[in-house]
Design a protein around this ligand. Structure first.
Ligand code: DGL
Length: 281
């Protein structure tokens, strides 16, 4: 089984892309909706909640987990991969891994993979500019500018925190209220951008692709880097390199949640294209 973990419903945007790309693989989704949003929580909270989520997915038989939540990936993944999982493997002998969403997205945005040399400096006088919309916590860490500039020092990154957007989606607020929030954050972003041109944007929070149409209305004809698709492509490459995870191929789907607002379901099921049968985690 492959686990997909998110603070709430947002990870379904990644999950959907994973299922489309690898329909025969077995997947378990876990949304920690009860504790969402993560983006305004202290880092230690995010770490504890993410470890609890991963433990729950391991108990379902997952050996590989996609940490779809950007905030959880940014805050916890390095420690989980380098310290927590090796300690667990030592204790019970089972090899497990957790993979995030930031690096696949940055690779797609820059065209430079983790094992490529950085791209040579561009000669154009106009900087290539990428806009990032993400949670407060993700923006504060500067992970996107850091990872992008490591590969492409010539790219200008303009970030915009959207502190209330994921929770508005989680709580199922009316369309108009969510639309107004996207407008407010886009206005703040445009002020920072000033006269600069914009080449693409990254929706660096899994919840935001659920309202991608609103971002597209605010920033017409600016390409949106597709984080779910980039993550699916990265997972396919990872599984080719790591056949030892031996993931089941029966097209099994399990949806778990720690508890959600039913008001959010219409937007979520519209995105999903059908009913979702969540079990209590
Ligand atoms: N969906 C999460 C992310 O990708 C965060 C939303 C939240 O819980 O604040 O960052």
């Amino acid at each position: 089984m492959i686990g997909v973990f998110d603070s709430g419903f947002g990870g379904l945007t990644v999950h959907h892309a994973l299922i489309n790309a690898m329909p025969d693989l077995d997947f378990v989704y876990l949304g920690d909706n009860k504790n969402a949003p993560y983006g305004t929580r202290p880092p230690l909270d995010v770490l504890n909640l993410t470890c609890a989520g991963l433990d729950r997915l391991f108990a379902e038989g997952c050996t590989l987990v996609i940490v779809a939540c950007n905030t959880a990936s940014v805050v916890t993944l390095r420690w989980i991969q380098q310290q927590w999982l090796p300690a667990q493997q030592q204790a019970d002998g089972v090899k497990r891994n957790a993979i995030g969403v930031v690096v696949p997205t940055v690779e797609a945005a820059t065209g430079v993979a983790w094992n490529d040399a950085p791209a040579p400096a561009a000669t154009s006088s106009k900087p290539h500019t990428i806009g990032i919309f993400a949670t407060q916590r993700t923006v504060e860490t500067d992970i996107y500018p850091f990872e992008i500039n490591k590969r492409r020092p010539d790219i200008l990154v303009v970030q915009q925190a959207c502190p209330n957007l994921a929770s508005a989606i989680e709580r199922g607020l009316p369309h108009i209220e969510i639309r107004n929030l996207v407008h407010k954050y886009a206005e703040e972003f445009r002020r920072k951008l000033g006269q600069g041109t914009l080449d693409s944007i990254i929706l660096g929070c899994t919840h935001y692709p659920l309202v991608a149409d609103m971002f597209a209305e605010e920033l017409p004809s600016v390409p949106i880097i597709h984080q779910p698709g980039a993550t699916a492509a990265a997972l396919a490459r990872y599984l080719d390199r790591h056949p030892e995870y031996n993931i089941g191929r029966h097209g099994k789907r399990i949806f778990l949640s720690t508890g959600f607002s039913p008001e959010a379901l219409p937007l979520i099921e519209k995105f999903w294209g059908g009913k979702l049968d969540f079990r209590q985690a």
